[in-house]
Design a protein around this ligand. Sequence first.
Ligand code: SF4
Length: 96
Amino acid sequence: MAEEKKKASALDGAVMTAEGLSFKGFILSPVVENCNGCERVAAFEDKTYCPTYAEPAKKWTRGICNFATHVKATVDKEGKTKVNPLKASKRAARGR
Ligand code: SF4
């Protein structure tokens, strides 16, 4: 008998608790605006969470999230983080 394999959800095993969404021993916070477009975002009930990082808001406080799949950060010669060239050119076109 062939066993049907279901594609496991990224948040398989997550449980909603009084403190928030509990997943693998961590309490997950909902994703932030910067996460929009990231492939890691996973929905649970009516909210979206990041199975990779419990507190997405903190991940973005010091620049671009290094787990993000939709934005790539590069480091220039001076060690400064730069936004990807496509974003930079759009920003330049807008005069910022
Ligand atoms: S990997 Fe980073 S950008 Fe993607 S959902 Fe998680 S915190 Fe947000």
